[in-house]
Ligand binder design. Structure first.
Ligand SMILES: Nc1ncnc2c1ncn2[C@@H]1O[C@H](COP(=O)(O)OP(=O)(O)OP(=O)(O)O)[C@@H](O)[C@H]1O
Ligand SMILES: [Mg+2]
Length: 461
């Protein structure tokens, strides 16, 4: 089902598969997503007027802010870009660099649409590639005419010629059958491939200034040094793959791709502005940092809606959805410049996580840590079993360490699990015993010393 038709309830359900708790934040992003579908379905005149309800997610570190945005992007087909707001305060950034996030988003969208279009022509491309490969395996002979052509010609044909052609056609069909059956997989063929140009050097020199002029250095150079073809020998399956790729690229209409991609950014792009709290507050009196408030001012037009010049044309940012996130431990959203505050009307708080949440985070999500370790060990032929009380113990220890040292949220589970399983992880390939049960006693044995020594846990967990 297209993400467009997901109701808020369905969106939350999908997020639930990965993120424990944080219901308020999930609801907010679900509504924001649905609102875009609604906007596209009201009259065009009104739709133009409806601004996205941008969101600020507020919460301590490691409680799922980024995770929610990441999962949202995966379930939605929208072009999604995550940027750290703080990067714009770094040395070397000038105000208009903020626009680079729109350029990046468009770039991403183009790649996305291109991949979709190529997927659509895949079957056709595969057919063409097969023909090309057959041409290579058995070069068309001798008159580049098929029997069909000859019939159509109605000329009297030399019986000899017809026979050669017929046999050529049969050979081709035979080869085709072999190809399909994989009987040619071991054979090498020589094909011509476009050489991928190494461009890293050029990338370094590509500055925002140049991009502003609507130029693309890579393309410029690409035209100066035309696509070089080189002949290379590859096995048949690889050749098929390369040729299919080439044909797919040829079949896709790049103009259409660009148009769709830009439209998609304008209508349903999402930008996740992480670390927004880092651009709030007083500027450090020294240091070469760009003023934080300056960055907020630079962000303003983009969030408010403006037109950004990209190499794919002008892009309007009016309807792009912005989701900002920050810990705001020393500052508040109200410390943002007023104009920017107004553009983020929805505020949601994420809760800090405790033992109960940790138990669920360890076991419930599709990608839960415990599942990850079990699968990883399974590759070594070791069956890892966690008892319920072991999980509870791990969760409790993580919560305890968070309380005593620094609260880093669910990230604590990673360090605790890693320490807990270090020995097993190291020994797994050499183990005689192929089943290991981790119970509460094992957890305590491995971790108690570290927990009891606060300094030690500060370093290790
Ligand atoms: N509520 C949750 N449910 C499941 N997993 C979570 C949850 N919160 C955090 N995690 C896990 O912890 C990791 C860190 O979370 P995340 O990156 O979302 O933190 P954050 O809130 O963005 O923190 P920061 O402010 O440091 O950026 C994630 O990879 C995720 O696996
Ligand atoms: Mg984050």
């Amino acid at each position: 089902m297209s993400a467009d038709s997901l109701t808020p309830r369905m969106i939350v359900e999908r997020l639930d598969k990965y993120i424990i708790g944080q219901d308020e934040a999930k609801r907010a992003v679900a509504i924001a997503l649905r609102n875009r579908w609604r906007r596209q379905n009201v009259s065009q005149e009104l739709g133009e007027e409806i601004a996205p309800k941008n969101i600020i997610m507020i919460g301590p570190t490691g409680v799922g802010k980024t995770e929610i945005a990441r999962r949202l992007a995966k379930l939605d087909n929208s072009p999604f870009l995550k940027v750290e707001a703080s990067k714009f305060t770094e040395v070397g950034y000038v105000g208009r660099d903020v626009e680079s996030m729109i350029r990046d988003l468009v770039e991403l969208s183009v790649n996305m649409v291109k991949a979709e279009e190529q997927e659509k022509v895949k079957a056709k491309a595969a057919e063409l590639a097969e023909e090309r490969l057959l041409d290579i395996l058995l070069p068309p002979k001798p008159l580049e005419r098929t029997v069909g052509d000859l019939m159509a010609d109605q000329k009297t044909v030399d019986a000899n010629e017809e026979a050669t052609l017929r046999s050529h056609d049969t050979t081709r069909e035979k080869l085709r059958r072999f190809l399909k059956e994989g009987k040619l997989d071991h054979r090498q063929v020589e094909i011509e491939v476009a050489e991928s140009r190494p461009t890293p050097m050029i990338e370094i020199f590509s500055t925002a200034g140049v991009e502003d002029m609507g130029l693309n250095i890579k393309e410029l150079f690409g035209n100066i040094f035309p696509h070089k073809k080189k002949r290379t020998k590859v096995k048949v399956p690889e050749a098929l793959e390369i040729l299919t790729q080439e044909e797919a690229q040829r079949l896709v209409d790049m103009d259409k791709v660009t148009k769709t991609a830009v439209a998609r950014v304008e209508q349903s792009g999402i930008i996740f502005l992480d670390e927004i709290d880092k651009i709030v507050g007083s500027d450090s009196p020294h240091g070469p940092d760009v003023s934080r408030e300056g960055v907020q001012r630079d962000l303003l037009p983009i969030v408010e809606g403006s037109t950004v010049n990209t190499r794919y044309g002008m892009v309007k940012t009016d309807h792009i959805l912005f989701i900002a996130a920050g810990a705001f431990s020393f500052t508040k959203p109200s410390d943002l410049i007023p104009e920017l505050q107004g553009r983020f009307p929805i505020r949601v708080e994420l809760n800090s996580l405790g033992k109960e949440e940790f138990i669920r985070i360890l076991t419930e999500p599709r990608n839960a840590l415990v599942k990850q370790y079990i699968e990883m060990m399974a590759t070594e032929g070791v069956r890892l079993v966690f008892t319920d009380d072991a999980i509870a113990e791990i969760a409790e220890i993580a919560a305890l360490v968070n309380e005593r040292t620094e609260n880093i949220g669910a990230r604590r589970l990673y360090t605790v699990m890693e320490t807990l399983l270090e020995d097993i992880s190291f020994d797994a390939p050499d183990m005689e015993e192929k089943e290991i049960t981790i119970d509460a006693a094992y957890v305590r044995e491995k971790l108690m010393d570290i927990i009891e020594d606060e300094d030690l846990s500060r370093y290790i967990l």
